[in-house]
Design a protein around this ligand. Structure first.
Ligand SMILES: Nc1ncnc2c1ncn2[C@@H]1O[C@H](COP(=O)(O)OP(=O)(O)OP(=O)(O)O)[C@@H](O)[C@H]1O
Ligand SMILES: *[C@@H]1O[C@H](CO)[C@@H](O)[C@H](O)[C@H]1NC(C)=O
Ligand SMILES: *[C@@H]1O[C@H](CO)[C@@H](O)[C@H](O)[C@H]1NC(C)=O
Ligand SMILES: *[C@@H]1O[C@H](CO)[C@@H](O)[C@H](O)[C@H]1NC(C)=O
Ligand SMILES: *[C@@H]1O[C@H](CO)[C@@H](O)[C@H](O)[C@H]1NC(C)=O
Ligand SMILES: [Mg+2]
Length: 645
């Protein structure tokens, strides 16, 4: 028996060809015609004839014996009806709702609900079927245990509580495929088998993973609602908050998750929801200081900027009102206009404030969060100039102290101490402490490292920790851009691992099952991506180990890194292209990706000088003290605050 549910995604762009999909099934009938009188069954059957040309008109139907026999019995029938309705309401969730309008699910079982039923199962047939279903807005399809979800790019009305009821405790074949059915199966297995469950969601960026994760949480919250509204609200409010800090506009998804999220929902043995716990990892911190063309910083910066602007509070947080800070406006200088005019930003600010309140942050904490965000923006505006004195030539200073003073004030630390920590560093040699000055480049790096660290730790703090569990893993999808850097490598390795896990469960277990039943297991063919994973993760010769090793050499350069990879990684998954400098290629399970090593070493080091930590710890801001007092775990994940029990 398998206790893991899978959701898998693919993305098919809406096709412009309109193909009318006529279901080959007969017209629906009453569920149990034998429970009803003949004339009623016949009347319903007449009403439900699919072909409008043969369906009787309303005038015609009024002449039906079932209607005619009711004439003159209004009062007694009304009474009977109200009794019946009351009974039905008591039965509640067990009643079947049949809904059949466009944009709602068509409650009809078709043979191609599960592609396993197809006689031929090759790629082309699958695509054709999915496309045909997609035209009809049937976005969900099963392939055995897997649910394929196509992104509808429009809002469908198939996620209301009515639908949660419809899928509650039903056998999978009772209703058309739906993400609620997957969530429901996980929940039912958890309760009946008393075993933890997990749901894996995978697909490329923009395919709909995050939306699906929300829908799963929505249904699970419905199922485990117990009777606590406060708790339900909290669970549903955590996502928008975490996503304001962790999502950003990218070239292909304007609400793209830039972090991995593992959400665990906890239930009592009887299946009542007790709480939820979110763990976050792999936040794309480099986005705080710089974004690629056409992309933006994390949503939260724009939301609070707009919110504070409309509250006339920019001055309080020392944010300029003419030109937006560099971290959120790398290119066009038009961001300030957007911030002032965007209705979305303003609304989202309101929503975020509500989330903070519902989840239970104090006013003081929220104020600290805003201050830290504003401090990060001011930090980005600190500029350095090189100065030379008689003794030192590599010195830098801050010629215009406005941004420096603002950042320091917001962080409740001394401005001079901050400048000191940015433009110099202590070295301890043979028990002696020597102060060395930083070049302009080095000081700039330290400045950006501080911003990233502040944001990263703030995000970890916001992300909360909160029987039996259903875990939901939502990460960013596989990425292959024009320029792929360290971030893409990390994301793609994570996806490679998920693929491996997926293969293990679906294909490897299938093979074992075949073998135990004496069936030829070679029938099941699949691409094993273990060798690629080994190439990345092996110690000490895997790509990541080599990168770590090279990052420890102060003299390492992009060239020495590529050389090291080339010397040590000799297999068909790795190559260095001719005539393209400082790049390497990887043959991932999902395709070939070319990576540009520029910046790899620096991003992998991601070190925050001790001098900065020391200064930040002197802050009078309690939250900031907390962020920099407890040590980070190895993976950079840490869970400080519990806001859900
Ligand atoms: N079931 C759905 N109903 C309606 N719209 C959807 C649905 N799923 C996805 N979308 C649309 O597609 C967009 C992208 O989806 P989503 O953000 O979930 O992608 P993702 O797979 O999480 O991408 P990334 O890897 O970049 O985080 C959503 O903002 C939404 O507009
Ligand atoms: C509901 O949950 C909230 C928050 O988790 C808790 O404070 C409250 O006591 C709970 N109420 C009931 C009736 O269980
Ligand atoms: C992004 O997604 C979150 C979570 O679904 C949602 O609350 C928010 O409104 C979305 N933002 C935008 C700009 O679409
Ligand atoms: C912008 O800020 C300056 C200085 O604080 C202030 O004098 C001015 O009125 C502000 N302008 C707007 C449009 O808020
Ligand atoms: C790699 O990235 C750097 C920095 O963005 C850029 O200057 C260089 O041209 C890129 N190399 C290739 C081969 O694209
Ligand atoms: Mg996402």
């Amino acid at each position: 028996m398998r206790s893991v549910q899978y959701v898998c995604f693919c993305l098919i762009q809406a096709c412009c060809v309109f193909v009318c999909f006529i279901c080959r099934n007969p017209s629906p009938t009453l569920r149990h015609p034998e429970h009803w009188c003949r004339s009623f069954s016949h009347f319903i059957a007449q009403c439900l004839i699919k072909d409008f040309e043969t369906r009787p008109s309303v005038m015609h139907l009024l002449e039906h014996p079932f209607i005619k026999q009711a004439h003159g019995k209004d009062t007694s029938l009304r009474h009977q009806l109200s009794v019946l309705i009351r009974e039905q309401q008591d039965v509640g969730s067990r009643t079947h709702e049949r809904i059949n309008t466009r944009k709602t699910l068509i409650i009809e079982i078709c043979p191609d609900d599960d592609l396993v039923n197809l006689e031929v199962l090759d790629e082309e047939t699958i695509i054709t079927h999915l496309q045909k279903r997609y035209q009809d807005l049937q976005i969900y399809t099963y392939v055995g245990d897997i649910l394929i979800a196509l992104n509808p790019f429009q809002s469908l009305s198939i996620y209301s509580p009515q639908f949660s009821k419809l899928y509650h405790g039903m056998k999978r074949s009772t209703n058309p495929p739906h993400i609620f059915a997957t969530a429901d199966a996980a929940y039912q297995s958890m309760v009946t088998l008393s075993k933890d469950q997990c749901i894996i969601i995978s697909g490329e960026s923009g395919a709909g993973k995050t939306e699906s994760a929300h829908l799963i949480v929505q249904h699970l919250t419905f199922l485990g609602k117990a009777n606590n509204r406060t708790l339900r609200e909290k669970i549903l409010q955590v996502n928008p908050l975490v996503e304001a800090f962790g999502n950003a506009c990218t070239a292909i998804n304007d609400n793209s998750s830039r972090f991995g999220k593992y959400l665990e929902m906890k239930f009592t043995p009887t299946g009542a929801v007790m709480g939820a716990k979110i763990s976050e990892y792999l936040l794309e911190k480099s986005r705080v200081i710089k974004q690629a063309t056409g992309e933006k910083n994390f949503h939260i910066f724009y939301y609070i900027y707009a919110g504070l602007y409309h509250q006339d509070n920019l001055k309080k947080y020392r944010l300029p009102n003419k030109t937006a800070p560099r971290y959120i406006d790398c290119f066009n200088g038009k961001v300030m206009q957007d911030i002032i005019s965007s209705k979305l930003y303003k609304e989202q600010f309101g929503a975020i404030q509500d989330c903070f309140r519902i989840i239970g942050f104090t006013e003081e904490e929220v104020n600290s969060v805003y201050k830290i965000l504003a401090a990060i923006l001011n930090t980005g505006n600190i500029e350095f100039k090189s100065t030379s004195s008689q003794h030192q030539s590599d010195k830098s200073e801050v010629p215009n102290s406005e941004a420096l003073d603002d950042a320091a004030a917001l962080l409740s630390i001394g401005s001079e101490e901050l400048q000191e920590a940015l433009t110099s560093h202590c070295v301890v040699t043979r028990g002696e402490t020597i102060i060395r000055t930083n070049t302009v480049d080095k000081a700039t790096d330290v400045r950006d490292a501080m911003s990233k660290a502040l944001y990263g730790r703030l995000f970890s703090w916001i992300t909360a920790e909160s029987g039996m569990n259903v875990g939901i893993l939502d990460i960013f999808g596989f990425e292959n851009f024009k320029k792929n850097s360290f971030e893409q490598l990390c994301i793609n390795i994570a996806n490679e691992q998920i693929q491996f896990y997926f293969n293990q469960h679906i294909f490897a277990l299938e093979q074992i099952e075949y073998q135990s039943e004496g069936v030829d297991a070679s029938l099941v063919e699949y691409e094993d991506n273990r060798p690629i994973l080994d190439m990345f993760l092996q110690k000490p010769m895997g790509l990541l180990s080599l990168l770590d090793e090279e990052s420890r050499f102060p003299q390492a350069t992009d060239q020495t890194l590529v050389d090291k990879f080339q010397d040590n990684l000799r297999n068909k998954y790795f190559w260095t292209p001719k005539r393209v400098e400082l790049c390497f290629g990887i043959q991932h399970y999902a395709g070939k990706v070319l990576y540009n090593v520029s910046g790899f070493l620096e991003k992998n080091r991601d070190t925050l000088p001790a001098d900065i930590v020391v200064v930040l710890r002197t802050s009078e801001n309690k939250l900031l003290q907390q962020l920099f007092s407890s040590p980070l775990t190895k993976t950079g994940t840490r869970i400080i605050q519990t806001f859900i029990p």
